[in-house]
Design a protein around this ligand. Structure first.
Ligand SMILES: Cc1ncc(COP(=O)(O)O)c(C=O)c1O
Length: 215
């Protein structure tokens, strides 16, 4: 088996302290972790350990400002006690149940009236997902299913913008506009046509490419 590269900590030079030794053990475990979007020759890591509001701390106690909100999805900040308490309460009562078939569960049903108040009035039905990638998959499937049921299954083009990001899963990965990230996926999705770049379709936005992803 090919030897794994040595992984090192990004922020702090290795010293012989308890924190550094514990970080070193975690870095060794990281050699078994597959990181999406990371070039293979990158061997340095930030090991985030704790968060509060917009601040983060790594395992060596270095403090960071999380200016992206945790990849744009921790908008209310890290380490919110009331969220932890609500999660704990719900997980102790019923941690999960499916909405497949004729099953449903009281937690999502209690949320629906609030959602109906928040969204525009033409949106009346909801799919619950675990995050953005799964939502993109649901959107692609729903759009294709719609046209399939309408008797026009050939209407299956997905438009994606250059430099767009639509998630780490299969359809969303294919639709993402980063060449380096989606190249393998595009082939495995059997995208059979990639159009020439269009002139900007919206003034001020980048050019778009049209892709067809075979079902
Ligand atoms: C437009 C868009 N789609 C999909 C995703 C993927 O979301 P997630 O990381 O929750 O899977 C993101 C994440 O930043 C996003 O910005």
């Amino acid at each position: 088996m090919e030897a794994k590269p040595t992984i090192t900590n990004h922020a702090t030079p290795d010293t012989d302290t308890a924190a550094a030794r514990s970080t070193q053990a975690l870095l060794e475990a990281d050699t078994h972790l597959i990181h999406p979007h990371l070039p293979l020759d990158n061997t340095r890591r930030f090991i985030m350990d704790k968060g509060e509001g917009c601040l983060l701390w790594d395992t060596n106690g270095n403090e960071y400002l999380d200016a992206t909100g945790g990849l744009w999805l921790a908008q209310i900040g890290h380490g919110r006690r009331e969220i932890g308490e609500a999660l704990s309460k719900q997980a102790s009562r019923l941690e999960y149940f499916t909405s497949f078939w004729d099953f449903t569960n009281s937690s999502i049903l209690k949320l629906i009236p609030t959602l109906l108040e928040l969204v525009p009035s033409h949106i009346t039905d909801f799919v619950f997902t675990s995050g953005g990638s799964e939502s993109t998959e649901a959107a692609i499937k729903t759009a294709r299913y719609y046209w399939y049921k309408k008797g026009q299954p050939e209407k299956n083009w997905i438009l994606s913008r250059r430099n767009a990001y639509h998630g780490a899963a299969y359809g969303g990965g294919c639709a993402s506009g980063f060449e380096a990230d989606n190249f393998g996926l595009v082939r495995s999705c059997r995208i059979s046509a990639i159009s020439p770049r269009l002139t900007p379709i919206v003034r001020g936005c980048s050019t778009a490419r049209i892709r067809w992803i075979s079902a």
